[in-house]
Design a protein around this ligand. Structure first.
Ligand code: NAD
Ligand code: MG
Length: 415
């Protein structure tokens, strides 16, 4: 059945916690469904959403029987509705531009997994914050672009944001219990700094010259993590770590200068918190997102995630090194954007989303991603966004600015 969001009434009689999984067909989305299945006595899948992947969402709807499904692209939603009708499914397919936000504000849904990639994840995440949901935040871009707005909306709406990004989830676990849930950590509770770990990505040991000719497949081939294409490329440029510095700054209300980054190629320590007495608390785990997903879902409880325990004897040793800002300029760009404030993190994010897509589509080289990001951050004049509408128009203009630069100034890859 294809319905407009506002006409829909969903009913649950169960005592299970109901969850909407935004971006259910992606890497985080499928890992979330795996954890939910392992804990089906506790959780009920209330809604699933995707952008264009009808086949996967159709299969997920048959398997998990959510109350609602929604798709970003209208023709995909229509096709999904047709197939579900034919299969006599109970799932209602919501349509229209605000189908995602309709799900996010549905009073019968308690938990929202925000796992859409990019700026597109902002509207439903913001709506979930305003309507007091428990938000499991994977979609880091929404925190990067709208950090203050989102944390303020969560406070006002009575929502809680539990980070799913492995580093932020690790920090959340290592922060003092008394104030880990409020975004007011700063220097309170004896915390002196946050330490984000970074794998260094697939090109950690390449020279700048070697990086000139890396392929899309090489960029997507992360040594430790299996992830969606956008975040895989972000990991290769280390923009992912830059976005995570911004995300941490807003999420934990802490100055950029108190967020360290250390490269840890084994990816067993997911991040750390330093305390003023010299203690450092770390959270360790396999490079498997089911651990932070399960933690965020059940916190303060613990549930099974299906993840193998770490074998320390086999692991043997762990290594640490400083990030190289010459080969990976995106990390410093993110810090600069935070210091610039106002709309700068959103501008950088918009430029990066464009640059990554252009790289994936073969229109620019890997090393041009940082050039596009740097150019747009330095040259695009962003007024301080005062509303969500301001954020949307700034995002749109920064994207056009980036595309214009790529069209007219960025060197093209040689075939
Ligand atoms: P992915 O590309 O595998 O999946 C993205 C999901 O979002 C898909 O379900 C897709 O259908 C949906 N989507 C894409 N564009 C959309 C749009 N315009 N409207 C509606 N839905 C849309 O991505 P992923 O790797 O699962 O990452 C999701 C988010 O989680 C990203 O913000 C990423 O940075 C973050 N994250 C991912 C990982 C990881 O291990 N994959 C780790 C930490 C954080
Ligand atoms: Mg991460």
């Amino acid at each position: 059945m294809l319905c407009c969001g506002s006409n829909v009434v969903a009913l649950t009689t169960s005592s299970k916690e109901s969850i909407a999984v935004f971006g259910s067909t992606g890497s985080i989305g499928t890992s979330t469904l795996d954890v939910l299945e392992r804990n089906h006595e506790r959780y009920e899948v209330a809604a699933l959403t995707a952008n264009t992947d009808v086949d996967t969402l159709f299969e997920q709807c048959l398997k998990y029987q959510p109350w609602f499904a929604a798709m970003g692209v209208p023709s995909a939603a229509a096709e999904l509705a047709r197939r579900l009708d034919q299969a006599n499914s109970v799932t209602q397919v919501l349509e229209g531009p605000d189908a995602l936000t309709q799900i996010a504000v549905n009073p019968e849904i308690a938990i929202v997994m925000a796992a859409i990639v990019g700026f597109a994840g902002l509207p439903p995440t913001l709506a979930a914050a305003q309507s007091g949901k428990r938000i499991l935040l994977a979609n880091k871009e929404s925190m990067v672009v709208a950090g203050e707005l989102l944390t303020r909306a969560a406070k006002q709406g009575g929502a809680s944001i539990v980070p799913v990004d492995s580093e932020h989830n690790a920090i959340f676990q290592c922060l003092p219990e008394s104030n880990r849930c409020s975004p007011d950590v700063g220097q309170q509770g004896g915390v002196s700094s946050l330490v984000l770990t970074a794998s260094g990505g697939p090109f950690r040991q390449l020279s700048l010259e070697q990086m000139q000719s890396v392929s899309v497949d090489e960029a997507l081939n992360h040594p430790n993590w299996s992830m969606g294409p956008k975040i895989s490329v972000d990991s290769a440029t280390m923009m992912n770590k830059g976005l995570e510095v911004i995300e941490a700054s807003y999420l934990f209300n802490i100055d950029e200068s108190l967020i360290e980054v250390v490269v840890h190629p084994e990816s067993f320590i997911h991040s750390m918190v330093r305390y003023i007495d010299g203690s450092v608390l770390a959270q360790l785990g396999q490079a498997d997102m089911r651990t932070p997903i399960a933690h965020a879902l059940a916190w303060p409880d613990r549930i099974e995630a299906g993840v193998e325990p770490i074998d320390f004897i086999r692991l043997g040793s762990m290594h640490f090194e400083a990030p190289d800002h010459v080969r990976f300029p995106c990390l410093a760009l993110a810090r600069e954007a935070l210091r610039m404030g106002d709309g700068a993190p959103g501008v950088l994010n918009a430029a990066n989303e464009i640059a990554v897509q252009e790289f994936l589509d073969g229109r620019i080289r890997f090393i041009d991603i940082a050039k596009v990001n740097s150019h747009v951050l330095q040259q695009f004049e962003a007024a301080a966004p005062e509303s969500v509408d301001d954020l949307f128009s700034m995002d749109q203009s920064a994207r056009e600015f980036a595309l214009d630069y790529i069209e007219h100034q960025a060197p093209k890859p040689v075939a």
